[in-house]
Ligand binder design. Structure first.
Ligand SMILES: *[C@@H]1O[C@H](CO)[C@@H](O)[C@H](O)[C@H]1NC(C)=O
Ligand SMILES: *[C@@H]1O[C@H](CO)[C@@H](O)[C@H](O)[C@H]1NC(C)=O
Length: 497
């Protein structure tokens, strides 16, 4: 019996010592004192009409991405929320000098701040960090969050665009009469009217450069202070795209392949359909680029992106050139048997020929040579026929035809009729047909020349159109810069000085 009593006593003493030890932890004593009559569902105010001032600050650690197609901005932020809860204040000198305690988020009153324009149903933070309570009752909560928010994409100048994205925060349950949302104030008493960026923690985005990041408290006067929509804290992130990626991957290849189309003018008319094939191939390649862009930008009919405009422009130029090639081919491959060359065209073509590299004199010389050649041939055939029929004209040397010998020739020809007459007729026929062929050849050549002329004029026109269009379109993109101030009409930077 006595032994059992002593065992009980021993266990009791050990347990008592343990309890004393636990109670001796100053912090737990303080917390249990603080939370003795604490109800986390009650707003930390003395009178019902008092407002709780809640300070908000946003620290951007990473701009993860902007999805143009889905019009969403994904950011990694720390949202700093501070307020005062006088029920949780203590006298630190009475409590072993404890200045700060940390308690789980679900043990204290929270102002219920949410991201209003989220897109994935995640209104709150990613990790519920502890709340820091200082001895004055000042509450400090800094949970990290990955927010996916809506961001209306303005694609008019894509890929030389800048975007204006918004993160809007408000209390989901407390109206402006209960909770007063304000921007945080730094140590010097300056209101932090910007999204904070800690250079050490911030990771630069490869595609976007942050230009402005103002923060404002907005009062929507359309609502009464009893409505939840009445007050909001708005953070704007105005970002400019770094266009190098699109220049290297789309604009440059597209311009290069499009510039090939003007080379179609250098192909000779003999290449025929090949001239057209060049234009059609380029048109196909451009369609592929258009397809690539369509996959990137949102499916909106409100505006056409700059690069889309450029592609449509080069496609129009290519189609124009293809049409032009058909016209040129139509002219180049004409012949006297299918088309009659009008006098004006003939005149223009000859006068052009004088100015062109192949000068008229050269042309004339060439024709004369051919003609000369034919005449010699005529003489030769005459001599050959005469020799076959053993006529006296064999006596005359062909090379030394002069007036007297020609008269003699005619005389002897008359004597030798009618065989010689036949011979002369045959000779005349050969001469006629040769002259005719000569004429046909020169007219075909004229048509080719006209084709060349059109080619040359259109080549310069196309090059000019192409260069002016390309430069013009991309210059408008170059001048699309973010305004100096985040809000037009307000000469205020909203940035740390
Ligand atoms: C805290 O307690 C000390 C000692 O009990 C007292 O002197 C001091 O005035 C108290 N401070 C406040 C703010 O009540
Ligand atoms: C950005 O959007 C806000 C509205 O959220 C607007 O007031 C502001 O003028 C815009 N800034 C620019 C530079 O477009």
């Amino acid at each position: 019996m006595a032994a059992r009593f002593w065992i009980f006593c021993g266990v009791g003493i050990i347990l008592g010592a343990l309890i004393v030890q636990v109670q001796c932890n100053e912090e737990s004593q303080l917390i249990s004192n603080l939370f003795k009559n604490y109800n986390k569902n009650i707003r930390p105010v003395v009178r019902p009409e008092d407002k709780v001032e809640v300070q908000i600050k946003l620290t951007l650690t990473n701009l993860i991405s902007l999805n143009e197609k889905e019009e969403t901005l994904t950011t990694n932020v720390w949202i700093e929320i501070q307020w005062e809860d006088l029920r949780l204040a203590w006298n630190s000198s009475d409590n072993y000098g404890i200045e700060v305690i940390r308690v789980p988020y679900n043990t204290v009153w929270l102002p219920d701040i949410v991201l209003e324009n989220n897109i994935d149903g995640k209104f709150d933070v990613a990790y519920y960090a502890n709340v820091l309570i200082s001895s004055s009752g000042w509450m400090y909560w800094l949970p990290p969050a990955i927010y996916r928010s809506t961001c209306a994409i303005e694609i008019t100048y894509f890929p030389f665009d800048y975007q204006n994205c918004t993160l809007a925060f408000r209390s989901q349950t407390y109206s402006a009469n209960e909770v007063d949302l304000t921007l945080a104030v730094d140590e010097k008493g300056v209101t932090i009217e910007w999204v904070d960026i800690d250079p050490a923690a911030f990771t630069e985005n490869g595609e976007w450069a942050i230009v402005h990041r103002p923060a404002r408290k907005m009062i929507n006067t359309r609502y009464s202070p009893d409505d939840l929509e009445y007050q909001e804290i708005i953070f704007n992130v105005i970002i400019q795209r770094k266009p190098l990626f699109y220049i290297i991957n789309i604009i440059l290849p597209c311009s290069l392949i499009s510039s090939l189309v003007v080379l179609a003018y250098f192909l000779p008319a003999q290449a025929g359909g090949q001239k057209l094939t060049v234009a059609i191939s380029v048109l196909l390649a451009q369609t592929v680029f258009l397809f690539l862009i369509a996959q990137k930008v949102p499916e909106t009919s409100l505006s056409v992106p700059l690069i889309g405009k450029y592609l449509i422009f080069v496609m129009c130029v290519t189609t124009l050139i293809a049409t032009n090639q058909i016209v040129v081919l139509n002219f180049s491959l004409r012949s006297p048997s299918t088309h009659i060359m009008s006098h004006t065209i003939k005149h223009v073509s000859t006068s052009r020929a004088i100015q062109s590299n192949l000068s008229f004199q050269e042309l004339l010389h060439l024709n004369l040579l051919v003609f000369d050649h034919h005449q010699r041939c005529l003489h030769l055939s005459l001599v050959m026929m005469c020799s076959r029929s053993n006529c006296p004209c064999l006596l005359f040397s062909v090379d030394s035809i002069d007036v007297s010998s020609t008269a003699n020739l005619y005389k002897s020809l008359a004597q030798a009729a009618p065989e010689i007459k036949q011979c002369v007729d045959a000779c005349n026929f050969i001469a006629d047909s040769t002259r005719q062929q000569n004429n046909i050849g020169s007219e075909i050549e004229s048509w080719v020349l006209i084709g060349k002329m059109i080619d040359k004029v259109c080549f310069w026109a196309a090059i000019l159109l192409f260069i002016i269009g390309t430069v013009g379109i991309f210059l408008t993109g170059h001048f699309n810069q973010v305004p100096e101030f985040p809000f037009p009409g307000q000469n205020k930077k909203y940035a740390p000085s």
